[in-house]
Design a protein around this ligand. Structure first.
Ligand SMILES: Nc1nc2c(ncn2[C@@H]2O[C@H](COP(=O)(O)OP(=O)(O)OP(=O)(O)O)[C@@H](O)[C@H]2O)c(=O)[nH]1
Ligand SMILES: [Mg+2]
Length: 204
């Protein structure tokens, strides 16, 4: 099994000049504020407090860089990779100026970060495909950046509805259902698919 075994916070930054050195493949987490990006980082690293979370949207305001060690039991491979928690886009009270600040910070990051390997785009499983998420997917397609979509808070809908909801969401986002992984941080479910996807980018 592929898994993340040890994790450290490296630093926060806004401008490329302040990013930490980037020796390892990096995965970034994007999505609307409050969707559960920081929570997902804690879930997949098996930690509680590595990334700061909050029920108030807009908690993460900077780029937060984490370094993690992975282990792959199957091949006996060990190595390091980086995770980056990005501030969320678009919650109700956000001003135009703040949105522009967000756009600059994230677009610079996409452009300048050479080690950036792939993106996890998070969407709330309860919400229909959002124009902002569709725009993010278009940006990633245009840059030929590998990505997956994680549908968070799967515990908020009945288990029997998960499959149909994912199909619906896939249609709305113009994706195949297999590209969307339902996850619940509350129930700690759905991590295996993310690990499998990361493994395919890091090891194979
Ligand atoms: N029930 C449930 N709640 C979740 C889940 N994931 C996240 N949450 C909650 O959603 C809220 C927001 O989570 P965060 O991880 O801080 O969200 P974020 O995307 O990092 O938000 P910003 O930093 O503001 O962009 C917190 O109250 C979390 O506890 C989940 O899978 N299930
Ligand atoms: Mg956050």
């Amino acid at each position: 099994m592929f898994r993340l075994v040890q994790s450290f916070f490296v630093k926060s930054a806004v401008e490329p000049a302040d990013y930490p050195a980037s020796a390892f493949a990096e995965f970034a987490f994007v999505g609307r504020s409050n969707v559960g990006k920081s929570t997902l980082i804690n879930l997949i690293t098996g930690t509680n407090k590595l990334a700061k979370t909050s029920s108030t949207p807009g908690k993460t305001k900077l780029l937060n860089f984490f370094l993690v060690r992975y282990k792959d039991d199957e091949t006996g491979t060990e190595g390091r990779l980086q995770l980056t928690d990005l501030p969320g886009y678009g919650y109700a009270s956000v001003s135009q100026a703040e949105m522009e600040k967000w756009r600059r910070m994230v677009m610079h990051y996409f452009e300048e970060r050479e080690s950036l390997k792939a993106i996890l785009v998070l969407v709330d499983i309860r919400h229909e495909a959002d124009p902002k998420d569709i725009m993010m997917l278009e940006i990633l397609e245009a840059r030929e950046m590998p990505y997956c979509v994680v549908a968070t808070k799967a515990d908020k809908i009945p288990k029997t509805k998960v499959k149909g909801t994912i199909q619906q969401l896939a249609k709305g986002l113009g994706l195949e259902p297999e590209q969307i992984f339902p996850v619940s941080a509350l129930k700690k479910t759905g991590v295996e698919k993310i690990y499998e996807w990361m493994r395919s980018l890091v090891i194979e």
